[in-house]
Design a protein around this ligand. Structure first.
Ligand code: ZN
Length: 140
C-alpha cells in the first residue's frame, strides 16, 4: 500500500500536440504497481487546453476546483463544468478540455493503465504551449 500527498507528486508539463498551459501529477501510476486504474491530477491555467483527441479507453473526470469546459468537436458543443461536476467520456468519443481568460481548473482524471498497443489520436497540429509563470501559483 502507498500513501502520499498530491502536492508531493512531481508536476509534469503536458506536451501533447496542441496542449496549452496544462500540467499533470501522476498520483497513482504503473510504477506504483497500478496495472488497471491510474489517477492523475490535471491543472490548467487560464487560456489552457488539452487538445481535442480520442482514444481506445475511457476517462472519468471530477472537477476539484475552478471551472472549465469540455469541447466535443464531433457535436460542435462546449459543455461548461464547475466544482463537483463529473464526466464520463466513453472510448472513441472526441473530447478536449479548455479554460478561458481568467479561468483555471484542477481536476482528477481516472483512466486505464496504457499498455501497448494503445491508440491515441490528437486532432491538433499545433505544438504544445506552456508558460511556467502562468502556473506558479497553482502549486499549492
Ligand atoms: Zn482523452
Amino acid at each position: 500500500m502507498k500513501f502520499r500527498h498530491a502536492f508531493d507528486v512531481p508536476t509534469d508539463i503536458v506536451r501533447e500536440p496542441g496542449a496549452k498551459q496544462v500540467t499533470i501529477r501522476r498520483l497513482i501510476d504503473t510504477p506504483d504497481g497500478a496495472d488497471r486504474f491510474l489517477m492523475s491530477l490535471f491543472e490548467l491555467s487560464e487560456n489552457g487546453a488539452t487538445p481535442p483527441h480520442f482514444h481506445d479507453w475511457e476517462h472519468e473526470i471530477y472537477v476539484l476546483s475552478g471551472s472549465l469546459h469540455v469541447d466535443l468537436p464531433a457535436e460542435g458543443k462546449h459543455v461548461p463544468l464547475k466544482v463537483g461536476d463529473v464526466v464520463f467520456i466513453p472510448r472513441g468519443e472526441q473530447h478536449g478540455l479548455a479554460t478561458g481568460p481568467g479561468e483555471t481548473v484542477r481536476l482528477l482524471l481516472v483512466a486505464p493503465a496504457e499498455r501497448p498497443p494503445v491508440r491515441s489520436v490528437f486532432l491538433s497540429e499545433e505544438p504544445y504551449e506552456f508558460d511556467a509563470a502562468a502556473t506558479e501559483d497553482s502549486n499549492r
